[in-house]
Design a protein. Structure first.
Length: 447
């Protein structure tokens, strides 16, 4: 909350003097050496783009409407404390099926959107996140805190102080929560880029040097221990169930925008978060840095000056400005923390050490007023991806072993619920984590 207030105060203070950032032309340092943007373009044609966009967005709208019906049936004015179903787990077949379709398209068009090592790393990091969320469910950190605030304060405020038309209207509460979750996510995401300690967590999602649907699954295992704090104010007005529905939808919507296949979606770009906008967000080109933080919408990016349209003539380089050069999931989660602590240890004075954690990841240590390192020039022609090679036989073996372990992991996780004896619950979680970590580390030694 403090970070949000600081960011908001800076925005208000500088509002009158703000100027739009000039868009780079194709003659800037972003294209040295030159990238052939037509050759690099992996998008389908305009008609196919609109057709895919309409189908996917219609499916999401129907899904959100179905979630509303489910909420009305199970929770609306029923004081039902039962956990909301795990829609993310239900979408696993959609994840795998759509990744397969995109990989086939990549193979047919020879666009090289996928690499086995990178995709295994992304899926492995996603499964480790699943473990951390199970841990949170049992240890009462995130959604337990939301429920506690609701029971201590929220119910009383909701029932006695909010207008009757608000209390009695499912539609008002449903759509207001949709926008409030999006607003909270915007600040989760923005501070995840502008505060170094938070970037050490969220940056895991960005350190893939590819951009495809598997990249959406590449998540930090520890960011959720911080991000839940941004949503707690909602507990003073909305019950946990409606929050859980929208929290999951906000996350699931963002899956489909991790693709290079879908191009500009026309007028939808004015209010929705789209693949074109999110490609910019994942870029390490100078014009892409710290842009497009929205989850489902882009209206808050437009309001707070962080919106940036994709420039078709400047092919985007994906990843972080300084590649981590590893597929080890443990190292991916802690590498930037190691850098922060090392830098802080080298600084003199408490404030300089504190700034290493609180200032942005580009802050030059010791500068006052704060200065930032320049963004290294990057083009696809000049970028060197971390891509150690394996023989075809080893690739097949790794593929079979990984997805076999993934299936076993999924079956075990589905059997874990907070109703289990605590010892068994934690034993299963630790076992899953050890299995996934060891298998990822094993792969990383070969890659």
């Amino acid at each position: 909350l403090g970070s949000m207030l600081v960011e908001a105060s800076i925005f208000v203070k500088n509002f009158k003097t703000m100027k739009a950032r000039p868009l780079p032309s194709i003659t800037t340092k972003d294209v040295v050496p030159y990238d052939d943007y037509k050759k690099e373009n992996a998008q389908v044609g305009k008609i196919s783009t609109y057709l895919i966009g309409i189908i996917v967005l219609a499916a999401h709208f129907v899904f959100l409407y179905w979630m509303q019906l489910d909420y009305h049936k199970l929770y609306w004015k029923k004081n039902n404390d039962a956990p909301v179903r795990d829609y993310v787990a239900m979408w696993v077949p959609i994840f795998l099926g759509s990744m397969l379709v995109e990989a086939i398209y990549s193979y047919i068009t020879k666009k090289n959107l996928y690499r086995l090592n990178d995709s295994i790393s992304s899926i492995g990091l996603g499964s480790l996140l699943t473990i951390s969320k199970k841990l949170i469910d049992q240890t009462f950190i995130a959604f337990g805190s939301y429920s506690m605030i609701w029971k201590l304060f929220g119910q009383n405020i909701h029932n006695n102080y909010l207008p009757l038309f608000f209390q009695d209207s499912l539609l008002i509460q449903w759509w207001l929560m949709f926008f409030l979750v999006e607003f909270a996510y915007y600040w989760v995401h923005r501070t995840g880029h502008t505060i170094n300690a938070f970037w050490a967590m969220h940056g895991v999602h960005h350190n893939s040097e590819e951009y495809n649907l598997s990249s959406a699954l590449r998540q930090s295992s520890i960011h959720t221990f911080v991000s839940f704090l941004y949503y707690l104010p909602l507990a003073f007005f909305f019950e946990p169930a409606i929050f859980m529905y929208h929290s999951q939808f906000n996350l699931l919507y963002q899956y489909w925008i991790h693709t290079q296949v879908v191009g500009d979606l026309g007028f939808l770009e004015y209010f929705l978060n789209t693949p074109a906008q999110h490609r910019v967000h994942h870029g390490r080109n100078d014009y892409c840095i710290d842009k497009n933080y929205g989850g489902t919408l882009c209206i808050f990016d437009r309001m707070f000056g962080t919106y940036q349209a994709e420039i078709e003539e400047v092919p985007i380089c994906y990843g972080v400005t300084h590649s981590i050069n590893t597929f080890n999931p443990i190292e991916a989660n802690i590498k930037h923390f190691k850098h922060i602590f090392k830098t802080a240890n080298e600084q003199k004075g408490f404030m300089n050490k504190f700034k290493c954690f609180y200032y942005g990841p580009g802050w030059i240590p010791g500068t006052n007023p704060a200065q930032e390192y320049s963004i290294p020039p990057c083009t696809r022609a000049s970028a060197q991806k971390y891509n150690p090679q394996l023989t075809p036989v080893l690739k097949v073996l790794v593929f079979i072993e990984f997805f076999g372990l993934l299936l076993l992991f999924d079956l075990v996780l589905r059997s874990i619920s907070p109703d289990l004896d605590s010892f068994i619950y934690y034993f299963l979680i630790v076992s899953c984590a050890w299995d996934k970590s060891c298998s990822r580390i094993f792969y990383s030694t070969m890659y």
